[in-house]
Write a protein that binds this ligand. Structure first.
Ligand code: GLN
Length: 190
């Protein structure tokens, strides 16, 4: 049976993640309700606007069930806004957060003139560099003890892992390089 991988589909570029999962032979499932969340083995939280995704997740009664599944060990991968949502804290105020990943995130951290850029990123554990697309991206301002930094731009962490939680400030679903999605799928068979 193919792995059932949910994509939180409240706002943002969830369709691109579903395409990537299809390309990898996984069963990508749109998640908008707690019942849909129950049926998946892993979850991707896409990029978009983290405040909007958080508010919608609250409205749909998903915050508690999401926290519960992640605490129980469900593999999860957050990209950009998804990384923000997973974090325990943001540097600039209040917004709904899952608090599952022990990092403090700075939103829109790369500055105005550099709002969007691409970079060949060296990633720990991958042999070849990864073409990373950053769109009004956050960076990680502080990491907790159990968090590994797998890649950084100018010393700012942009890819981190804490056990079964993976989070990137960039968007691998936009470039056709599926290695990070594959990492999530590999955790399901470990
Ligand atoms: N700037 C957005 C936020 O703060 C994230 C951008 C993205 O997901 N590409 O939520």
């Amino acid at each position: 049976m193919p792995a059932r991988v949910g994509v939180l589909s409240l706002q943002g570029d969830f369709r691109e993640h579903l395409k990537t999962l299809a390309a990898l032979g996984a069963d990508g499932i749109e998640v908008r309700t707690p019942a849909q969340l129950e049926g998946v083995d892993a979850l991707i939280i896409p990029g978009g606007e983290s405040t909007t995704i958080g508010k919608l997740a609250e409205r749909f009664g998903l915050m508690g069930p999401l926290r519960h599944r992640i605490e129980a060990g469900m593999p999860v991968y957050g990209t950009c806004a998804g990384m923000i949502l997973l974090a325990r804290e943001v540097t600039d105020g209040e917004q709904p957060l899952l608090g599952a990943l022990d990092v403090v995130v700075e939103r829109n951290a790369f500055g105005r003139q550099n709002e969007s850029f691409e970079e060949e990123l060296a990633i720990d554990g991958l042999d070849e560099p990864f073409r990373a697309v950053f769109i009004r991206a956050p960076w990680v301002a502080k990491v907790g003890e159990g968090v590994e930094v797998l890649a950084a731009v100018d010393d700012h962490p942009v890819l981190v892992r804490q056990g079964h939680i993976l989070a990137s400030a960039f968007h691998p679903e936009l470039t056709g390089d599926h290695r990070l999605h594959q990492m999530l799928l590999d955790w399901l068979v470990d």
